[in-house]
Design a binder for this molecule. Structure first.
Ligand code: 5GP
Ligand code: MN
Length: 335
């Protein structure tokens, strides 16, 4: 009865995505570079569920799983990049607004040459619909919700470990159920995943309440760089390679630092600028409500969501900070 209800409400895109999975048994799965909880939880959840349902699954991520996601189950399903597609295969990109966001895990040229089918499952508004099948739902708070809908549509069982990974995806992409994307539907999905075996306390503790010492040392140093601009409406933080080295921290330890910038009283936009290898910097932007930082990230070739976006900017951290402040002034009339 439940299956009939779900099938009756499935969107055409969901039906097409499920049909693609029904007609392929070899599936290659990946997500974006610098993977976050939604990317990792979605990949692990889908890969494990399909493998349990006797699919031939290969899954990989370009970059390592960050410390805070170390306890997510089923990580042994990840294999080394790159992945290669075969003619009979389905290539599933989760949480990637463009094919290129998967980094060096997949080559579009190889996928096309092999004649594989590309399934694009995502919730980013700047998704370019690059798939042969596009299951893109902007109303989803996390790609993990779309993976759950897909498993339901396929009538593939959601085991406790799959539920844990999908719960982690929803937990992290809603900022622990604090962001503007939290709806009753999201909370019902989370509750259902708990019913299916996800442990909300254990997951929250492992993901948020245990820090490597280097991350806390880095936080102390980075907070010293706090600068307010535009009548206190923009707060920025800088991370240099030297700071990372001195604190024994890694780039992934800076996750959520942009939220710290945004948390300053009166601030509307939080900016984190992190020097990367070479003369380039990674920026992370966080805003509230109607302030659309995705359009700022797009100026620099990046993207994301309205209230959380990022890009890579040419130049040192200081130079990148000034460039971003200029664009913020241009868009929002403040500097
Ligand atoms: P973060 O600032 O935490 O790296 O990312 C925030 C949001 O922006 C996420 O949805 C992330 O996928 C997206 N994002 C970050 N960097 C880039 C980028 O360089 N290109 C694109 N297209 N999206 C990005
Ligand atoms: Mn996401």
């Amino acid at each position: 009865m439940r299956q009939v209800e779900l099938a009756a409400t499935a969107s055409p895109a969901l039906v097409a995505a499920a049909a693609a999975l029904r007609s392929h048994c070899q599936v290659v799965i990946t997500s974006h570079v610098n993977p976050d909880g939604d990317a990792i939880g979605s990949v692990l959840g889908l890969a494990r569920a399909l493998a349990d349902a006797h699919y031939d699954v290969r899954a990989a991520l370009q970059d390592p799983v960050p410390f805070r996601y170390r306890s997510l189950p089923d990580q042994d399903i990840l294999c080394a990049a790159p992945l290669t597609a075969s003619a009979a295969g389905l290539v599933v990109l989760l949480e990637c607004p463009t094919f290129e966001r998967a980094g060096n895990v997949l080559s579009l040229e190889q996928v096309r040459r092999a004649g594989a089918t590309v399934l694009n499952v995502d919730h980013h508004s700047d998704n370019t619909r690059y798939g042969d099948i596009d299951f893109v739902d902007l109303s989803a708070a996390a790609t993990g919700q779309l993976v759950l809908a897909l498993l339901d549509e396929l009538a593939v069982p959601v085991t406790p470990s799959v539920a844990a990974n999908l719960y982690a995806a929803v937990l992290t992409d809603t900022g622990s159920f604090q962001h503007g994307n939290v709806t009753a539907d999201v909370l019902r999905t989370a509750a259902r995943l708990v019913d299916l075996g996800a442990d909300p306390h254990a997951l929250a503790r492992e993901i948020y309440q245990v820090n490597p010492a280097g991350r806390l040392k880095l936080m102390a140093v980075v907070l010293q760089s706090l600068a307010l601009s535009v009548d206190g409406k923009v707060a920025s933080l800088l991370v240099t390679k030297e700071m990372l080295r001195e604190c024994g921290a890694v780039p992934a330890d800076t996750e959520d630092f942009a939220n710290l910038a945004r948390s300053v009283d009166g601030v509307q936009i939080g900016l984190l600028v992190r020097q990367t290898d070479g003369d380039a910097s990674k920026i992370s932007l966080r805003s509230y409500g109607d302030i659309d930082v995705q359009q700022v990230a797009r100026v620099f070739g990046g993207g994301g969501h309205r209230n959380a976006a990022g890009a890579t900017v040419a130049g040192s951290a200081d130079s990148a900070r000034l460039q971003v402040l200029d664009v913020l002034f241009h868009f929002f009339g403040f500097r």
